[in-house]
Each structure stands twice: as C-alpha cells, then as structure tokens.
Unconditional design. Structure first.
Length: 305
C-alpha cells in the first residue's frame, strides 16, 4: 500500500508550524516543507522545477505525493493597501501551482478562508453557497479558489476560519497573556464565526492526504472549522475562563466593531457548515475545550522549553 508523502508549501504560519508538529519528525507521515528563502512561491520557474523534482522522487520511492498549500498573504488590513501583493500570492501563484499539480497528476490541497463570504447568511455557510468577499484579502482568496478549479479537478479546497494555535502571536496567545496578567480587555461582540485550532486543521489536512494516497476519489471544496459558533467576545471569555477561572470573565467587556475602530469590513457572520467533510472523509473537529486545553498547554511547554 502506498504511503502518503505531503509536500507542504509554507514554514512560518500557524498551519505550517502545526503541520510540522503533527507530521514529524516522529509523526505519522513523512513530509517535506518548502519555504523562503530556498523556495519562493512567487517564482514560477522555481516552483515548477522543485515540485516536479519532488513528485518524481516521491513516486520513485513508492509513495504518493500530495501538495499542501499552507502559504498565503493573510494580513487582512495590509492587503487593503497592498492589493497587488495579496493577489500575486493568493491568486496568481496559486494558479501556477495548481497548473503544475494538474500536469503532474498530483492532488493539491489548497487552504482557503471564510472571508470569501459576505457575512450576511442566516445559517452556517455551505460549500455551495454564493461567495461575496468584502475585502481585498477575501477577493484574492476567492480568485485563488477559482484558479485551482480552472486548472483541473484533482484538488481539495479546504475553507477554514478564525485560526488559533500554540505558535506565534494569535488570539489565543494574546488572550492567555491578558488573562494571566489580570488585564481587562474589550472584544468585539458583533462578529460571529467558528474558532479553529490550527493543530486540528493540520490533522484534518493530513487525514485528507492519507485518504488520497489510499485511493479516495472525492475532490472539490470542503469546509473544516471548530464546532462552536460564537462571537470573538464569547471566545475571549472561554479563554479567560480556561486560564484564570470563571471570575476572570468579568474582565472581558463586549464592544462593537465600530467601537473597536477597525475600518476594514469583516464578515458579521462566517460560521461554516462542515457536514460534507464528515460525510465524505469521516473528519470532524474535536470539542473546542479539548483543543484549547491542549494548545494552551503547548504554549506553556514552548515558553519553558
């Protein structure tokens, strides 16, 4: 039986670091990571040469290559004034990569976002719901999706949302620190979505790669996110409660997006329906409390290590 061998594009982001944590060394699968400065997704010639060489080598070793694109321009605010850079990485480079994967008959797992939606839904977004991004970032990610689909049918687009992890500076690590130092925080209470551990997403991606290597023919667009639908304010309260106890939640004050002063439009509601990925692959996210406990513990372990 063939063994899956993911080629992961990206090194420094939350998902890439989570994939490194879950895939090895000593993890469930072999893998290789591609990132700057040795590998530049914006250099189409380098991408073509590197991907083809790796795919050929992996197949000669009797394994099944799967390309995972965990690289993206994710700074939503900066993208508003750097549209060219956002589109270059999130759309144009993705199209080149998808074309190479198609020519090599290699499945591409491409990560997308809830920001492709306009936030006006009254139910969790399904994969078939119409998109309508509000931001340059969301527009660039939708164009990336379209480029993947245009290249062929051998792909899985995985939309996710509200990532947190033990790695780097993100909502979980920031709220943990504020809870521990006794601070009062003001958090928006009019944006609703699904907090998602990047480690859970990494394990979902690795599971998808394994399904592909073992013969699954399911392809297309899927949603994967955490199981809880909540506001940022409610998520902050959950973190404070976990870190410092119930009484600490009094230090988490609700505010509106206007009060927060963010002039970049965000989807007011971007919960994702994840029934399709469960139906086709048996993949679903763990309970949020379990994921948070694990990730908070990893933050402590990394800071003391």
């Amino acid at each position: 039986m063939k063994r899956t061998y993911p080629v992961i594009i990206g090194r420094s982001g939350q998902l890439a670091q989570s994939l490194a944590s879950e895939a090895g060394p000593g993890g469930a699968v072999s893998r290789v990571f591609l990132g700057r400065p040795e590998f530049d997704l914006l250099d189409s010639n380098s991408v073509q040469d590197t991907v083809r060489r790796l795919v050929d080598g992996i197949r000669k070793a009797g394994n099944e290559p799967v390309i995972v694109n965990a690289s993206a321009y994710t700074n939503v605010r900066a993208a508003e004034t750097s549209a060219e850079a956002a589109h270059a990485l999130n759309a144009e480079a993705v199209g080149v990569l998808a074309g190479i994967c198609d020519s090599e008959a290699t499945c591409l797992i491409h990560i997308s976002t809830d920001y492709v939606f306009d936030g006006r839904a009254a139910h969790p977004y399904r994969e078939t719901d119409p998109t309508g991004p509000l931001t340059v970032y969301g527009q660039s990610k939708r164009l990336g999706e379209e480029a993947v689909r245009a290249a062929g049918n051998n792909h899985l687009i995985v939309r996710t949302a509200w990532l947190y992890s033990p790695f780097g500076r993100n909502f979980l690590s920031i709220m943990k620190q504020r809870a521990e130092t006794g601070d009062t925080v003001r958090v928006v209470a009019d944006q609703t979505g699904c907090p998602t551990s990047a480690i859970d997403l990494a394990n979902a991606v690795l599971s998808l790669a394994n399904h592909i290597a073992t013969g699954s023919t399911a392809r297309g667009t899927y949603h994967f996110c955490g199981p809880n639908i909540m506001t940022w304010h409610a998520f902050a309260r959950a973190i404070f409660r976990q870190v410092a106890g119930e009484a600490a939640c009094r230090r988490v004050l609700p505010i509106s997006s206007d009060e927060f002063g963010d002039d970049v439009p965000r989807p007011a509601y971007s919960a994702l329906d994840c029934q399709a990925i469960k139906r086709d692959f048996g993949i679903e996210a763990p309970a949020m409390e379990a994921s948070m406990t694990r990730d908070l513990g990893k933050i402590d372990a990394l800071s003391s290590g």
